[in-house]
Design a protein around this ligand. Structure first.
Ligand code: TXA
Ligand code: MG
Length: 366
């Protein structure tokens, strides 16, 4: 039965959910946050800002609510969700007692952009679709004040993937969420444009923990070396029991409609000339001053690129006024290294490999 439904999800267009009217709520209004929390409590879908990207939340104890996340996003059913909590005390109903290693990471990085993959408590009431058949659960305690306030008010753990249609760049403002999910979710809480501060712009680091062993499953805001420094040991090998991958990592992600190319500053001028010579419309994402026309400017360094990258990819797909649809987006990468390099490079590689139309997006009827 399960296999049949997975097959169905992969191959055939999913029926569009019945259109809803999506409420736009203000993250700085106490009243609006209470409305959003009661929607979550009554098993509706609510998108909200976190310090990484916007998430699409549902009560993680309610299977029908969680299934609606998969439907709204056109997300394959074999890709598990991260459960968001507002206090470490909520872990007691989700996982068995934690190892020393897990506790040290929680101590160092929570609240913050670190997701821990832990054994799931067998008697936990977590809805089965959250786990997608795994015996582990991914948990995160975000730092964004709007996310924290909403989660605390909702009182239940909230399953939340990024609030984009599957295959699209993750949303870094409420407008991006509305573009992808309008009419498919009950509410979007607006917490501002994450590239203007208060946000990192790329997703959390995912670390799997088995006893006193760990392994990085998805590079993110917190660098591999930062994790290693806190834990004091090297990553476990696959042979030692590490799964070594997140189901979601195999899917094409972060793909705008235009083709994405990664260029160094010194190559930019020549590459633009070459592409324009082939009648290609070109857009540039890069640091201030790197290019003078059809450019989305980002702040300095890899962290700056992280903040503005998804916005840039979406802007050149025609989502921002004053920026037109292009055929090729040239992303200018910083010369220097910093802790965010691995995460941004991973997203860029996927965006560059996955340009054009994504199977999951096609399957998601509008
Ligand atoms: O920053 C973030 O993590 C954002 C915000 C909204 O919190 N969320 C996010 O969720 O990026 P999503 O669903 O787009 O990515 C979650 C990743 C996927 O690659 C999924 O396969 C993986 O986490 N994951 C979830 N549960 C897992 C588990 N039990 N074992 C291994 N990987 C898991
Ligand atoms: Mg995602």
């Amino acid at each position: 039965m399960l296999l049949r439904s997975l097959y169905h999800l992969r191959r055939f267009p999913m029926p569009s959910p019945t259109p809803l009217s999506t409420l736009l709520l203000d993250g700085s209004s106490e009243l609006d946050l209470s409305t959003a929390a009661s929607l979550l409590e009554s098993n509706r879908l609510v998108a909200f800002p976190t310090e990484t990207v916007y998430g699409l939340g549902a009560n993680a104890f309610c299977a029908s609510a969680v299934l609606r996340i998969f439907e709204a996003k056109c997300r394959p059913a074999d890709n598990p969700l991260i459960v968001h909590i507002s206090s470490p005390s909520q872990l007691s109903v989700l996982t068995p007692p934690l190892s020393k290693l897990a506790l040290s990471l929680i101590d160092a990085f929570w609240p913050g952009p670190l997701t821990l993959v832990l054994p799931v408590l067998p008697e936990s009431k977590i809805a089965a679709p959250v786990l997608a058949g795994l015996d582990t659960i991914a948990v995160r305690l975000p730092k964004h004040p709007v996310a924290l306030a909403l989660l605390a008010k909702a009182g239940v753990p909230v399953a939340a993937p990024s609030a984009n249609r599957s295959g699209r760049p993750s949303p870094t403002c409420a407008k991006h969420v509305v573009k992808d999910l309008d009419g498919r979710v009950e509410a979007v809480v607006d917490g501002g444009e994450l590239w203007r501060g208060g946000g990192w712009g790329v997703e959390s680091t995912v670390v799997e923990i088995r006893g006193e062993g760990w392994r990085l499953l998805r590079p993110g805001v917190i660098g591999r070396d930062e994790v290693r420094k806190v834990v004091g040991t090297d990553e476990m090998t696959k042979e030692a029991g590490g799964v070594g991958r997140s189901p979601g990592m195999k899917y094409r992600h972060y793909a705008p409609k235009a083709k994405v190319e990664i260029v160094r500053k010194v190559e930019l001028g020549d590459r633009v000339k070459q592409l324009e010579g082939m009648e290609q419309r070109v857009g540039v994402v890069g640091e201030k001053g790197v290019w003078e026309r059809n450019v989305v400017e980002v702040e300095w360094g890899w962290a700056g690129l992280a903040r503005g990258l998804y916005r840039g990819l979406r802007a050149f797909d025609g989502e921002e006024e004053g920026v037109g649809q292009v055929d090729v987006i040239l992303v200018v990468v910083p010369e220097e290294e910093d802790g965010m390099k691995e995460a941004v490079e991973e997203r860029l590689r996927k965006a560059a490999a996955g340009g054009g139309v994504d199977e999951q997006v096609v399957a998601c009827e509008t």
